[in-house]
Design a protein around this ligand. Structure first.
Ligand code: AQP
Length: 346
């Protein structure tokens, strides 16, 4: 009997990005998003980018920013992103992001953009009037980042859920107004680690721009510094190690971090520390953290020794990304009535 020839089905896509707004990623970035970037490489075609255009929405020092690209690339690889399986690239190297961003801005109402809570939070201190138009338009650029690749999943932290909802609304609006172009992407947000909290202010998100140095664990901190931060993390009144985000936000956040780094469940940890108080618990967690960050840090530093290879990885990634992004943008331009240079359409 003749063998039937079959073409392998295309893998569903996954897409996400991270801003180069700090020299080091932090535990929130890693547990909320990057760890899922690595695991989703199995069974998906993955596109992961460094969101340099987004980083311009708030003031950046050009010299610092330029230095960070390779550091970000090294940290992504140390987090488990494998450039042989994933396209890893700089957002600005794929101009289709900005081009589709403009088209999407033109189908977004001012009112719906204004409802984005991250804009309110980030413009909060100096007021809306002082915020850049780029910060206001950030969610539409993010929608373009995603829709260009027509992914099934977008692994992000909880703080990005509202932007994902806007992305889905814009995709639906575009499909309805013109022609079905975009499948609806699904947020991939873990319930357990979707929001990691500040160690000193455990009702606020751990954040590069908002957390104090003591409230944030940077992945590239000296391990002994991270251990100290865990030992001096704010805990709650009482002494019972119990997961209760309402009554015990500090301890609950530490339990989340402990469980996700050690693979032990929260109930297991509660049992193990029953009657032992916060001291033992924080001391042991500090050791777990040191065991985790030490190899991460060495691997990142080792990768940074070969800057040329990191640049080559980003270049290869942008070529792979452009192939996909360019096809989507041609479809979009065609549907809205624009003519793309070199598209051969008239
Ligand atoms: N605390 C967090 N818990 C869980 N996930 C988080 N993420 C960020 N903070 C937490 C997720 O990390 C990914 C990359 O984030 P980003 O750096 O691109 O932007 P962000 O969300 O704005 O991160 P920060 O630290 O809060 O930066 P600043 O202070 O500059 O705004 C995203 O998937 C994010 O959800």
């Amino acid at each position: 009997m003749a063998a039937m020839s079959t073409t392998p089905a295309a893998l569903p896509r996954v897409l996400s990005g991270i801003q180069p707004t700090s020299d080091s990623f932090h535990f929130g970035n890693y547990l909320g998003a990057l760890r899922q970037w690595a695991s989703l490489q199995d069974g998906h075609e993955a596109f992961y980018f460094i969101a340099d255009l987004h980083s311009l929405t708030v003031p950046q020092d050009p010299k610092e920013l330029r230095k960070r690209f390779v550091a970000c690339a090294a940290q992504l690889i140390a987090s488990g992103v494998d450039p042989a399986r994933s396209a890893m690239f700089l957002q600005s190297h794929v101009p289709e992001h900005a081009e589709l961003g403009w088209v999407l801005q033109c189908i977004t109402s001012f009112g719906e953009a204004r409802r984005m809570t991250q804009f309110k939070d980030k413009s909060g201190k100096d007021g809306e009037g002082a915020a850049s138009v780029g910060l206001f338009a950030y969610p539409m650029l993010m929608a373009a980042d995603i829709l260009l690749y027509r992914p099934k999943y977008v692994p992000v932290g909880e703080d990005q859920r509202q932007h994902l909802e806007l992305t889905r609304d814009l995709a639906q609006r575009f499909n309805h107004r013109y022609k079905k172009t975009f499948p609806l992407p699904e947020p991939y947000i873990l319930k357990s680690t979707g929001k990691i909290y500040d160690l000193q202010n455990p009702t606020a998100k751990m954040s590069k721009s908002a957390s104090s140095a003591a409230g944030i664990i940077d992945m590239l901190d000296e391990p002994s510094v991270s251990a100290k931060k865990i030992r001096s993390a704010v805990t709650d009144s009482g002494s019972e190690v119990r997961f209760d985000p309402e009554e015990k936000p500090g301890v609950s956040n530490l339990l989340t971090i402990y469980s996700s780094l050690s693979g032990r469940t929260v109930p297991e940890l509660e049992d193990a520390y029953a009657g032992r108080g916060y001291g033992d618990f924080k001391k042991d967690l500090a050791e777990v953290v040191v065991d985790f960050v030490t190899p991460f840090r060495s691997r990142t530093l080792e990768l940074l020794d070969d800057r040329a290879e990191l640049e080559a990885v980003l270049e290869r990634g942008s070529a792979q990304a452009r192939e996909v992004a360019s096809r989507t943008l041609s479809d979009v331009y065609d549907r809205v009535g624009l003519i793309r240079i070199g598209s051969g359409r008239d």
